[in-house]
Design a protein around this ligand. Structure first.
Ligand SMILES: [Zn+2]
Length: 130
């Protein structure tokens, strides 16, 4: 699940299909996300301290993450994301279509850095034998 809050996603199915908007919240356990302006419903509320007038409240409902796709600015459409290690050993998300990196998701780790990988591997094996 590579979509994070703050991402721009494109809704790929349902009544709001084609809408591009920002993810407000991701519920990983439920596999859902709240997307700004998508799946709006009117919730009817009684008069209360918080809503002295009562009435209708417009709010977004969570949508299934499979119904949205990360919006890639380069491809100008919803795409699938992948995760990969970059040269310095940090991990980033990238567009599976065009390969553009779309932001780091993990700090640099020497073990994943390319170039030093070949040198590091035997050293690790030797260390684990002890
Ligand atoms: Zn792309």
């Amino acid at each position: 699940m590579l979509i994070r809050s703050g991402d721009t996603v494109e809704v790929i199915t349902g009544a709001d299909r084609g809408v591009k908007s920002r993810v407000i919240l991701v519920d990983r356990a439920a596999g859902k996300a709240i997307v700004e302006g998508v799946a709006r419903v009117y919730k009817h509320v009684r008069r209360s301290q918080k809503h002295p007038q009562g009435g209708r409240l417009s709010k977004e409902m969570p949508v299934q993450l499979s119904n949205v796709a990360f919006y890639c600015a380069t491809c100008d459409k919803g795409v699938r994301l992948g995760a990969r290690f970059v040269k310095d050993g940090s991990k980033e998300r990238f567009c599976r279509k065009c390969g553009t990196g779309v932001g780091q998701i993990a700090p640099a780790k020497a073990a994943h850095a390319t170039g030093s990988e070949k040198k590091k591997a035997p050293a690790k094996a030797a260390a684990s034998k002890k």
